[in-house]
Design a protein around this ligand. Structure first.
Ligand SMILES: *[C@@H]1O[C@H](CO)[C@@H](O)[C@H](O)[C@H]1NC(C)=O
Ligand SMILES: *[C@@H]1O[C@H](CO)[C@@H](O)[C@H](O)[C@H]1NC(C)=O
Ligand SMILES: *[C@@H]1O[C@H](CO)[C@@H](O)[C@H](O)[C@H]1NC(C)=O
Ligand SMILES: *[C@@H]1O[C@H](CO)[C@@H](O)[C@H](O)[C@H]1NC(C)=O
Ligand SMILES: *[C@@H]1O[C@H](CO)[C@@H](O)[C@H](O)[C@H]1NC(C)=O
Ligand SMILES: *[C@@H]1O[C@H](CO)[C@@H](O)[C@H](O)[C@H]1NC(C)=O
Ligand SMILES: *[C@@H]1O[C@H](CO)[C@@H](O)[C@H](O)[C@H]1NC(C)=O
Ligand SMILES: *[C@@H]1O[C@H](CO)[C@@H](O)[C@H](O)[C@H]1NC(C)=O
Ligand SMILES: *[C@@H]1O[C@H](CO)[C@@H](O)[C@H](O)[C@H]1NC(C)=O
Ligand SMILES: *[C@@H]1O[C@H](CO)[C@@H](O)[C@H](O)[C@H]1NC(C)=O
Length: 501
């Protein structure tokens, strides 16, 4: 699947200080190969409702960048692989790219990162010789616009470039690629940028032919005797994700580079697959992503670098039904194109992010014993400036009874709270409202039980380009050959290197 990603619109974000724990984040990639891709305004409504603060686009679509303006959402844009040869061969082309796709949108759209290509070394090897120049030219253009401090430049790499990744202490970069990787790492080091890695324990697991236990891939607890131990460092590994990130640190150390933080630009798990993909299930996808989010936000770090958080962009926002390849390829998304979640993440106590199994059942209600004048004032506000549809409380409508201010305020508060995507602070109303898990619906008066999800939002749309990325790029990156080559590469590597002690 890695090769297909060059087609995506990715959302990715925020790189300000990965080594600083407080800045760890979970972002989301936005691919656009959907038969019915939501309008950028709807995409942004979904991001807001789900409190997603960091996104990565697989290109620099003007419509998306306009819709993301003034939202506070941090954006990683990408130079698509189709454009990388041009950008890497001419600093003028690079400067034009930056002017048109970055400078024109900044700072209204908070572009924090430019991803130059996607898995170039593994999916577009003929571009390898110009990769570092492409990064340098893009960086020079930022420097010329005085944006080099605000915007980082890097390139997402496939984990297949790291060989012998278990035990992590033995990991090294594919020697053939070192003439590119060493200057690349030096560039990242000198510009305080990030090592961007795509980490897919799903593939590591399925291609290991049973060597890797499913629980080890899913971050589930392992029996002590099943834990993977690196016999050189005696570090214990409880999940594939950490092992892969430490393999990246060790591979960098192998070329004497020790101080570049890792950002995971893609990680996820498919929720559906063909009959020969039995592990692509909703349950496994929910387990992986829920555990991954908790793991990243807990700032646990990895065994080699405890406490050094690894910010991660989930792959991905939407299921992409137009993707080629096996059924799993179309099912990496957290949401359907209408904004409904494919599954509700199990995220209790991990901060406010995503539709979660707590939010699935929270409501906003008038506090018991609250002052009725204050309730009335808040009710008036909600039905007025708050833009809640209060028609169901009119006489003869389902929510008219019980006809008292507390019941009506509860209806309006709850509607507002869900309309605002249950954002923090939207169930307060000067202290007369409270969040509850009790569903206040009664009779035919049905209360919103889940947030506004962007499906039918009709916000003020900026002038928008086409959001379809599919027509803009050559088709060669969509074909199945590329897919199977990537799988074979992964398979070959795993066959040699995965050893659980
Ligand atoms: C591009 O490179 C040429 C020659 O190396 C240099 O003279 C020119 O200033 C560069 N232009 C930009 C926009 O960096
Ligand atoms: C963009 O995000 C960065 C990182 O959080 C922040 O420091 C900066 O103030 C933001 N810039 C704008 C223009 O909002
Ligand atoms: C190392 O990279 C080269 C060049 O991309 C590739 O041909 C080779 O198969 C890779 N080796 C391994 C073991 O993946
Ligand atoms: C890394 O440093 C060691 C010790 O300084 C040196 O022997 C080795 O050649 C260096 N390796 C590389 C790839 O620079
Ligand atoms: C969170 O981090 C603490 C220590 O940093 C660790 O003890 C705990 O197991 C971690 N929890 C999860 C769910 O990773
Ligand atoms: C999303 O919104 C649509 C239309 O308002 C609604 O039918 C659907 O149930 C909502 N789904 C979620 C998960 O909020
Ligand atoms: C919500 O998720 C937590 C943590 O994963 C789990 O313990 C709890 O049972 C879940 N609650 C529901 C109602 O599913
Ligand atoms: C879940 O949703 C609730 C209600 O919106 C919110 O308070 C909480 O922060 C969210 N996240 C988690 C991880 O519980
Ligand atoms: C929300 O929870 C209810 C039960 O509490 C369940 O029936 C419903 O399927 C859940 N919604 C989703 C989208 O998982
Ligand atoms: C969106 O707005 C347009 C124009 O205001 C209106 O015609 C259309 O019915 C609205 N669509 C929805 C789903 O509300």
């Amino acid at each position: 699947m890695e090769t297909n990603k060059s087609m995506l619109f990715l959302l990715f974000l925020a790189v300000s200080a990965v080594f600083a724990d407080e800045d760890v984040f979970i972002g989301v990639n936005i691919g656009t190969e959907l038969s019915d891709m939501p309008h950028p305004t709807q995409v942004v409504a979904l991001l807001k409702a789900q409190q997603i603060r960091h996104v990565r686009l697989f290109n620099a679509d003007r419509g998306m960048l306009l819709a993301l303006a003034n939202t506070g959402i941090k954006v990683a844009v990408s130079v698509p692989n189709e454009q990388i040869l041009g950008v890497g061969q001419s600093n003028t082309t690079a400067a034009n790219w930056v002017a048109q796709n970055v400078v024109a949108h900044y700072p209204a759209t908070n572009i924090t990162t430019i991803c130059v290509g996607s898995e170039v070394l593994s999916s577009l090897p003929n571009a390898a010789p110009i990769l570092v120049n492409a990064l340098k030219f893009v960086h020079s253009a930022l420097l010329a616009s005085n944006l080099d401090r605000q915007i980082k430049v890097s390139t997402p790499l496939a984990s297949t470039i790291i060989l012998d990744s278990f035990p992590p202490s033995q990991a090294f970069f594919n020697h053939t690629l070192k003439p590119v990787l060493v200057p690349l790492l030096k560039f990242l080091q000198s510009t305080n940028s990030y090592f961007m890695l795509n980490v897919y324990p799903y593939y590591d697991y399925i291609l290991s032919n049973g060597v890797i236990p499913l629980d080890y891939a899913l971050f589930n607890p392992l029996a002590a005797n099943k834990e993977a131990v690196d016999s050189n460092t005696l570090l214990h590994y409880t999940n594939v994700f950490d092992a892969m990130i430490d393999a990246a640190y060790f591979a960098m150390e192998d070329v004497n580079i020790t101080n570049i933080p890792v950002v995971v630009t893609e990680s996820g798990w498919p929720s559906m697959g063909d009959s020969n993909e039995p592990d692509a299930t909703v349950e496994n996808a929910n387990t992986y992503n829920s555990n991954l989010i908790k793991h990243v936000l807990n700032k646990t770090g990895t065994p080699k670098h405890p406490g050094i958080a690894v910010s991660t962009y989930l792959y991905e926002l939407y299921n992409e039904d137009n993707k080629a390849g096996p059924l799993s390829e179309k099912n990496w998304g957290l949401f359907n194109n209408n904004g409904t979640p494919v599954y509700i993440l199990r995220l209790t106590d991990s901060g406010s992010l995503f539709a979660n199994n707590t939010s699935n059942q929270t409501y906003c209600a008038a506090k018991e014993g609250a002052d009725s004048k204050m309730l009335q004032a808040a009710l008036d506000w909600a039905c007025g400036a708050g833009k809640v549809d209060c028609a169901p409380m009119l006489q003869g409508e389902p929510c008219y009874e019980p006809d008292n201010v507390a019941a009506h305020a509860t209806y309006a508060f709850n509607a507002y709270y869900h309309m605002m995507g249950r954002a923090p602070g939207t169930c307060d109303f000067n202290g007369v409202a409270t969040i509850t898990t009790t569903n206040p619906s009664h009779g035919s008066c049905v209360f919103s039980s889940i947030g506004r999800n962007g499906t039918f939002l009709n916000g003020t749309a900026p002038a928008i380009d086409s959001t379809s990325s599919s027509s803009a790029y050559p088709v060669q990156y969509l074909n199945n050959n590329a897919f199977s080559i990537t799988l074979m590469m992964i398979l070959g590597i795993l066959g040699l290197t995965v050893v659980l002690l």
